[in-house]
Design a protein around this ligand. Structure first.
Ligand code: NAP
Length: 365
């Protein structure tokens, strides 16, 4: 199969670099267009990231030779997309919310589907917030979105915040077995790469914890409800449960967001052993259809008392598995556990690629 040419907006940033590295040998997609801010535009990609490439894996030689374009120039992108037969863009832009929202809409209106990492459209009612193991059926909103806006080929689909990735799949596994989750309390310990590059000043981070990440607690409390929601009358209606309370902290870890989670179930309550069995057996659509970016085992449970740990567990199964440990009864709610996911892979570029694989399998790209 010939590979599908794709573009990356924000290709020089933390998430953009992860896209470039993860797409290096991807069997379906090939990077043919890179764009970033006017600061990088006009430089070859290799020159634009010189001195700020953050990953151990490097970029493919053909990507190093691509000239970075100004992501704000949509008409130029349209012309290049026609020439190179590009199919869609991954958006990894870090700009103001309104600017990002308008720019992503301009790409979609120009016929270029946008698979985004930004938060700008997560609350747009006809834009799906996708985790392919949890709500793949939400892609059904795309034709409704296109019709309402008069877009023929373009659309916007987004992935949720990186802070919630580690527990959404484990929660879905329990919900689909009929266990209602009424309340959830979560405390996150989030890696510095989550703030992009150069991110949080080193003097704020070394030997320290910062108990505030702007907007993160609101996102953690609201986004799961849209993901667990249903399509009603052409719009995504939020689920009413679980009620969520979140505390989000920045910690001196490079990659990998950890979360301590406390759950209260409805009247039907699973035992600790039952939960472990459900997690071990869980497979979603990406596993059934064997998407290239899908982890074989989406939920990995570690029995050791002192796991998961970011340094030791974040890269399991290509950085796409969520790793859980310390499941035990809770003195206040029903159970508690610790969960980990790689924020720039599962929580960003890898999650975006998995969304693209889902959208391709459903015929949208
Ligand atoms: P980043 O490292 O700061 O990279 C930002 C990218 O946006 C760079 O390519 C930058 O280009 C480009 N950019 C900045 N201003 C621009 C402008 N005015 N016009 C066009 N392009 C512009 O940020 P990041 O961490 O990669 O995050 C990218 C997006 O993903 C954000 O929306 C973020 O919220 C989201 N996200 C991040 C993570 C994570 O773990 N880091 C996880 C989930 C979601 P230059 O290099 O030319 O400045």
């Amino acid at each position: 199969m010939a590979k599908i040419p794709v573009g990356i907006l924000g290709a020089t940033g933390m998430v953009g670099q992860n896209y470039i590295a993860l797409l290096n040998n991807h069997p379906w997609f090939k990077v043919c267009y890179v764009a970033a801010s006017p600061r990088s535009a006009g430089k070859k990609y290799a020159e634009a990231v010189a001195g700020r490439w953050q990953l151990i894996d490097t970029y493919a030689p053909h990507v190093g030779e691509l000239v970075v374009q100004d992501a704000n120039d949509v008409s130029q992108a349209v012309a290049a997309f026609k020439r190179k037969r590009c199919a869609f863009v991954f958006s990894a832009l870090e700009m103001g919310k309104a600017e990002t929202a308008a720019l992503e809409e301009a790409y979609a209106a120009a016929g270029i589907p946008v698979i985004s990492n930004a938060s700008a459209h997560r609350w747009t009612p006809d834009v799906p917030v996708l985790i392919p193991e949890v709500n793949p059926h939400h892609v059904d909103i795309i034709p409704i979105q296109q019709k309402a806006r008069g877009w023929k080929k373009g659309f916007i689909a987004v992935k949720p915040n990186c802070s919630i990735q580690s527990y959404m799949i484990p929660l879905q596994a329990l919900v689909q077995e009929g266990f209602l989750i009424k309340r959830l309390v979560v405390t996150t310990m989030q890696a510095v790469s989550g703030a992009g590059y150069p991110g949080v000043p080193s003097l704020d981070m070394i030997d320290n914890i910062v108990p505030y990440i702007g907007g993160e607690e609101e996102k953690s409390e609201k986004e799961p409800l849209k993901i667990f929601g249903t399509i009603v009358n052409g719009t995504l209606k939020n689920a009413s449960m679980p009620k969520i309370s979140a505390c989000c902290n920045r910690v001196p870890v490079i990659d990998g967001h950890t979360a301590c989670i406390y759950l209260e179930f409805g009247s039907k309550k699973p035992s600790v052993d039952e939960i472990k069995k459900i997690w071990a057996a869980f497979k979603g659509l990406p596993q059934e259809l064997k998407f290239p970016m899908a982890p074989e085992q989406p939920i990995i449970y570690r029995e050791e008392d002192n796991r998961p740990q970011p340094r030791k567990d974040r890269d399991l199964d290509k950085g796409m598995a969520v790793v859980i440990g310390r499941l035990r009864p809770c003195n206040v709610f029903d159970v508690r556990f610790t969960a980990l996911s790689h924020n720039t892979v599962r929580g960003a570029a890898g999650g975006g690629i998995l969304n693209a694989e889902l959208l391709k399998s459903k015929g949208y790209i």
